[in-house]
Ligand binder design. Structure first.
Ligand SMILES: NC(=O)c1ccc[n+]([C@@H]2O[C@H](COP(=O)([O-])OP(=O)(O)OC[C@H]3O[C@@H](n4cnc5c(N)ncnc54)[C@H](O)[C@@H]3O)[C@@H](O)[C@H]2O)c1
Length: 332
C-alpha cells in the first residue's frame, strides 16, 4: 500500500533524525513554488492530491502567504492535518480550517523558557534604560552626554501579565527571582496551583495598578489592538511595557505617542505589527529595547520545537489525532 504523503512547508534545520524517521511511515514532498500565486497554481494542479498532513514553519508564509479563507478551500481535499511549528498560529485561519475539517496543531510548552527569558531580558533592559548608553558606548561616547537618566530596579515592582498561559506563568517564576510581584488578567481565572499565588485582577485593574505590563496573549480578532490609546490613558504614568506575543496586540502608533508623552516610560519589544518593518517612531526612540523576534532563537529551543511538531505529524499519521491540537478545535 502507498504511504501517506506529508507536505513540508519550510525547512527542518535541527531535528533531522526525527524527521528522517518519519520517512518509514510517509513520503515527504515539497512544493516547487516560490510565491503564493505559484503555490495556489501548484495546489490546483493536483500536485498535492495525496497529502494527508502538512508540516509548516513561520517563515514558510513567504511562499504560501497566510493560510486564510482564500487558500484553505484550495488546499488538497486529502489534507486532514496542519502541524504548525510555533506557539502562535495567527498565520492560520483556524475557523476556515475547521469548516474544511482540517485539524491544526501548534507548539506550546517547548517555547516557554526561551521566550520568557527574552521577556525578562526586555523587562530588565527597559527598566534600567540600558539601550541609550549601549548605543553611546558603541559611538565612542561612554555613557553619552548628558548621561542617561537613572533606571529603575525590578525589586518591589508589580508585574502585570496579560495572558497567563505557558509563557506568562514561566515569566512569573523568573520575575519572582528578581523581587517582582505578579498580578494577571486572563480569559479565565487560573487554579491556585497554576497561578502560583499571583493575584487575578480585572483588565482595567491590571492597567491601572501595574508598574510593568507584559503582553503574553495570542493575536486573534478579539485581541488585535487590545492595548491602544484608551488603555494607555488608564495606565500608571511612567509604566514600562514589554511585548513578546505579537506586535498587533498593541497599537504601535498609539504606543509611540504614549512614549513621546511620557505616559509610557520605556518599552521592550520582540515583536512588531508589520515585521520586518519597524515603526519609525520606535527606531527614533533610543530609550526603547528592540529585538528582532528572537524569542525562541536558540539551538535547544528550535530543536525542541521541531521535534514537537514532528511528533504531531507522526501522531496524526499513526493515530489520526494531533498531540497538541489548538484550543479552538479541542472538541473536534
Ligand atoms: N516572541 C516569540 O518568539 C514568541 C514565542 C512563542 C510564543 N509567542 C507568542 O506568545 C503567545 C503566548 O504564548 P503561550 O505559549 O504562552 O500561549 P498560551 O496559549 O499558553 O497562553 C495564552 C494565554 O492567553 C490567554 N488569553 C487568550 N485571549 C485572551 C484575552 N482576550 N484576554 C486575556 N487573556 C487571553 C489564554 O487564556 C492563555 O492563558 C503566543 O500566542 C505567540 O503569539 C511569541
Amino acid at each position: 500500500m502507498a504511504k501517506p504523503q506529508v507536505l513540508l512547508l519550510g525547512a527542518i534545520d535541527h531535528a533531522t533524525e526525527a524527521w528522517s524517521s518519519l520517512s518509514s511511515i510517509a513520503d515527504i514532498i515539497e512544493p516547487k513554488s516560490r510565491s503564493r500565486a505559484e503555490f495556489i497554481e501548484e495546489c490546483k494542479s493536483g500536485a498535492f492530491a495525496n497529502v494527508v498532513a502538512a508540516y509548516r514553519t513561520f517563515p514558510s508564509v513567504a511562499i504560501t502567504g497566510m493560510i486564510d479563507e482564500e487558500l484553505v478551500p484550495i488546499l488538497p481535499k486529502s489534507l486532514k492535518f496542519i502541524a504548525h511549528n510555533g506557539a502562535g498560529y495567527d498565520q492560520i485561519d483556524v475557523h476556515a480550517c475547521t469548516a474544511r475539517n482540517i485539524r491544526v496543531s501548534n507548539v506550546p510548552t517547548a517555547v516557554d523558557d526561551a521566550t520568557a527569558d527574552v521577556n525578562m531580558f526586555l523587562i530588565l533592559g527597559a527598566l534600567r534604560g540600558f539601550n541609550t548608553s549601549m548605543i553611546a558606548l558603541r559611538n565612542g561616547q561612554w555613557r553619552g552626554s548628558p548621561p542617561p537618566p537613572l533606571g529603575h530596579d525590578p525589586q518591589g515592582k508589580v508585574l502585570g501579565i496579560l495572558g497567563m498561559g505557558g509563557i506568562g506563568r514561566n515569566l512569573m517564576k523568573k520575575a519572582a527571582a528578581f523581587g517582582m510581584t505578579t498580578q494577571y488578567y486572563n480569559r479565565s481565572q487560573l487554579s491556585e496551583e497554576l497561578s502560583g499565588g499571583a493575584k487575578y485582577v480585572t483588565f482595567d485593574e491590571l492597567l491601572a495598578t501595574s508598574d510593568v505590563l507584559s503582553l503574553n496573549l495570542p493575536l486573534n480578532k478579539q485581541t488585535r489592538h487590545i492595548i491602544s490609546t484608551a488603555e494607555f490613558s488608564k495606565m500608571k504614568k511612567g509604566i514600562v511595557i514589554v511585548n513578546t506575543a505579537r506586535g498587533a496586540v498593541m497599537d504601535e502608533d498609539a504606543l509611540v505617542k504614549a512614549l513621546e508623552s511620557g505616559q509610557v516610560w520605556s518599552c521592550g519589544l520582540d515583536v512588531f505589527e508589520e515585521e520586518p518593518k519597524i515603526h519609525p517612531g520606535l527606531i527614533a526612540n533610543p530609550n526603547v529595547m528592540l529585538v528582532p523576534h528572537m524569542g525562541t532563537w536558540t539551538v535547544e529551543t528550535q530543536t525542541k520545537m521541531e521535534e514537537w511538531c514532528i511528533e504531531n505529524v507522526r501522531s496524526a499519521l499513526e493515530k489520526g489525532v494531533l498531540k497538541s491540537i489548538v484550543p479552538e478545535q479541542k472538541n473536534m
